[in-house]
Design a protein around this ligand. Structure first.
Ligand SMILES: [Zn+2]
Length: 103
């Protein structure tokens, strides 16, 4: 919320209508909690009428053994190709504002 208001000031927006947010599934957030927090935070700001659009990013991992990159649908962190548990998260921990629409 803080960041989106800052972006709005930088872009000289008088009113924010939509905030597009990238959220990685590793964040363990759910949509209703996000919407609730957003609705509380936006009161009395230039984003008072804004809606929040969440773009959920799947968790992607890279295997350090066989170097495959794979999507983890069920939060398993082991490699489906070679079974290695030596993997790095390459996507899924994001919590970024992708874009802001306003006027
Ligand atoms: Zn592997």
């Amino acid at each position: 919320m803080e960041i989106s208001l800052q972006v709005a000031r930088e872009n000289k927006l008088s009113r924010i209508t939509v905030i597009n947010l990238d959220v990685g599934k590793m964040q363990h957030l759910n949509e209703s909690i996000m919407q609730h927090g957003f609705d509380a935070a936006k009161q009395g700001t230039t984003a008072g009428e804004a809606s929040l659009k969440l773009n959920w990013l799947p968790v992607k991992l890279k295997c350090n053994e066989c170097h495959h990159i794979f999507t983890s649908a069920d939060m398993k962190l082991s490699c489906p190709y070679c079974g290695s548990k030596d993997t790095n998260i390459v996507q899924g921990t994001e919590l970024n504002i992708k874009s802001i629409e306003g006027e």
